[in-house]
Design a protein around this ligand. Structure first.
Ligand code: DAH
Length: 339
């Protein structure tokens, strides 16, 4: 018996093949469930005691020889397959594909959406070419109201009823006209004003409008929501609300966030005060609710509006708002690693 095993051992050592099937047949012959090795192992109990030791040794030798042989041949086969394609994948592009960068406006907009969506706000949009009703009249700015001059308007040709929206507050109106409370929505978008272009202001920029309408919505809810926002967005939760005026809210306020005065940049950004103005807000005027078909006796709400460009300039230390619309790749590429 031992002699037979030794013959097999010699055969195993001699064996060579480059065919997958042959190697598999070889493996099954020796190492398979019903293979020779298992048959020999089964014989072990019938071997006289004096021979058991040597029998055990040769059978183990045969097992490792067969295993090693199979592994070595398989590996050789795989390597051969690799060298077959020595030019690699010829369909791959010749030059690596460059990863693009998101625009700083999109980065900030997405951050704002993310923060508000975590407290149940959805995202809504409206048209950039608006009518007078949605941009002004419904928002408590009737014709000849002096506050219309707060926002210099671009009109479309000679029709005074059609204009480029001056703020995203127009989306509030559209949303309330088509949805019943409870309403929790933010509306990001581009707005236009007939202003001189400079490093600080442009004739188009971006805003995010926020609107919350339900039963018993209070000014405290507004303040808490804004505080949540500033701490998530800037890591700063100290805010102050300065009384202000907007026709569509009553009372109205301007929101300042305490930025601090730790560095020279803080000094420059806050003009030495430590405070930065970031948005306007207030309780939705009952007239506006009525104009949009919502009963102000039953519902109340708050609204706020902020400029995305300003926040992008602030967070990324950009010195000139015009850089945001010039599409200079040397500028845009710097945002590759941002969100
Ligand atoms: N629409 C205002 C603007 O463009 C910003 C604003 C202020 C929006 C107060 C609001 C608000 O919703 O409540 O200057």
């Amino acid at each position: 018996m031992i002699e037979t095993i030794k013959e097999h051992l010699a055969e195993v050592e001699k064996f060579s093949s480059t065919s997958t099937e042959e190697i598999e047949t070889f493996r099954i012959k020796y190492l398979g469930k019903k293979g020779l090795l298992n048959t020999f192992f089964a014989e072990f109990k019938n071997v006289p005691n004096g021979e058991k030791k040597e029998f055990g040794q040769v059978i183990n030798q045969l097992k490792s020889a067969a295993t090693e042989k199979v592994n070595a041949l398989k590996e050789a086969l795989e390597n051969q397959a690799d060298t077959k394609g020595k030019f690699g994948d010829l369909t791959r592009p010749g030059e690596p594909i460059e990863i693009g960068a998101r625009h700083p406006i999109s980065i900030v907009k997405n951050q704002i959406i993310d923060i508000f969506s975590r407290i149940g706000f959805n995202v809504s949009e409206g048209p950039e070419i608006e009518d007078d009703w949605h941009n002004f009249t419904a928002l408590n700015l009737p014709e000849y109201h002096p506050a219309r001059d707060m926002q210099d308007t671009f009109f479309i040709q000679t029709d005074p009823d059609i204009l480029l929206r001056t703020h995203t507050s127009s989306v509030q109106v559209r949303y309330m006209e088509s949805h019943k409370p409870p309403i929790r929505t933010i509306s990001p978008g581009r707005v236009y004003r007939n202003e001189a272009i400079s490093a600080r202001s442009h004739c188009f920029f971006h805003q995010v409008e926020g609107l919350y309408v339900d039963k018993n919505v209070s000014f405290a809810d507004l303040k808490q929501t804004l505080q949540y926002f500033t701490s998530e967005m800037f890591g700063k939760s100290k805010i102050r609300l300065r009384p202000s005026y907007f026709p569509f809210t009553e009372p109205s306020a301007e929101v300042d966030v305490y930025w601090g005065l730790e560095t020279e940049t803080d000094y420059r950004m806050t003009k030495g005060t430590g405070w930065l103005e970031i948005m306007g807000c207030g309780m939705v005027d009952p007239n506006v609710l009525k104009n949009c078909g919502i009963d102000p006796e039953v519902y109340s709400g708050f609204a706020f509006g902020m400029g995305i460009d300003r926040i992008a300039l602030l967070l990324h230390q950009i010195s000139d708002i015009r850089l945001l619309s010039e599409n200079d790749v040397r500028f845009l590429e710097q945002f590759k690693s941002a969100l």
